[in-house]
Design a protein around this ligand. Structure first.
Ligand SMILES: Cc1ncc(COP(=O)(O)O)c(C=O)c1O
Length: 304
């Protein structure tokens, strides 16, 4: 089913299965748009600890499923935003088995799956699904352009309910951008474009990581994304990125503070940096400025 971006796919999937007050287990840190959707719909996000290399912790998830009446597990297993990992296939299968055992649905956000740096692209949980409990959501926002607003959901056994939510939400999705994208794909441009983007984002990741290592204080920890275009950065546990953000606002530099990736306000010492754009000398200056401001704040905190 075609949707207005991945955001509508996620929201329609959630509204089809859950009501206000229901519990949704999410990988943590979790994409802030999802957090806002859950909050806006009055649903409760149950944050499951997540490994920066292998994804959602299955033991913690099992304990949560044992203890709470979880309705849905919502996660981004491929090229996760913000951590950048790809969950190994064996763990995807184990997750699916858990969902079957506890009879819960899985909403799988695959919006970055096509821009994994490895080829062929990673498998989805949906590709292992044999009883229709996975609702796969994605879009062309990260691969072609967010302004097209063309996404989709493959809702498995929830088709009728998702269709109803889509209908009472936005009705049909605009058809002209769909025709344009279909032509683009038909002529073979999409795969060619993906090949170029994969190389560019991987190069940007390496350069941005280099700048962070060079300009941020010693002890800074940086993620190693395997796709997408986000770096997750962890500073000293006492550090407050909200304070950093206030200082940077006056200098015209924008970061995403860690706490927006948690319903409980965790990750205050973390930030996310986007490296999708061309990494010019201006961007390097901005990264240097962030590093310098962090160092200044740290020095003022450890003052005499
Ligand atoms: C993980 C994730 N899911 C969904 C979305 C929303 O995608 P769209 O612009 O297609 O609605 C984003 C956008 O940033 C995202 O990062």
């Amino acid at each position: 089913m075609i949707t207005t971006g991945c955001q509508e796919a996620l929201s329609a999937g959630l509204r089809a299965i859950c009501q206000a007050g229901d519990i949704v287990a999410v990988d943590s840190p979790c994409y802030h748009g999802t957090m806002q959707t859950l909050k806006g719909l009055g649903m409760k996000a149950l944050e499951i600890p997540t490994d920066p290399l292998t994804g959602i912790n299955l033991e913690a998830l099992e304990m949560a499923l044992e203890q709470w009446p979880v309705k849905v597990i919502l996660l981004t297993p491929n090229c996760n935003n913000p951590l950048g990992y790809i969950m190994p296939d064996a763990r995807k299968k184990r997750l699916l088995m858990l969902a079957q055992r506890y009879d819960v649905a899985i909403i799988e956000d695959d919006v970055y799956g096509d821009i994994a740096y490895s080829y062929p692209r990673p498998r989805t949980i949906k590709s292992f699904d044999d009883d229709g409990r996975v609702l796969l959501c994605s879009s062309f926002s990260k691969t072609l352009a967010p302004g097209l607003r063309i996404g989709w959901i493959a809702p498995g056994r929830y088709l009728e309910r998702v269709l109803h939510m889509k209908y009472i939400g936005t009705g049909a999705t605009a058809t002209q951008p769909q025709f344009a994208i279909a032509e683009f794909i038909r002529h073979g441009h999409y795969m060619q474009h993906l090949r170029r983007m994969r190389i560019r984002y991987q190069q940007n990741r390496d350069l941005m990581t280099c700048w962070i290592t060079q300009y941020f204080p010693a002890g800074t920890r940086v993620s190693q994304p395997r796709g997408g275009f986000m770096l997750w950065i962890e500073l000293h546990e006492e550090f407050d990125t909200l304070r950093l953000n206030r200082c940077l606002e006056n200098q015209g530099v924008q970061i995403a503070v860690g706490s927006i990736f948690s319903a409980a306000g965790k990750y205050r010492n973390c930030l996310r940096i986007n490296y999708a754009q061309k990494l010019t000398a201006d961007v390097e200056r901005a990264v240097k400025q962030v590093g310098l401001t962090i160092t200044q704040i740290m020095q003022s905190q450890s003052g005499p």
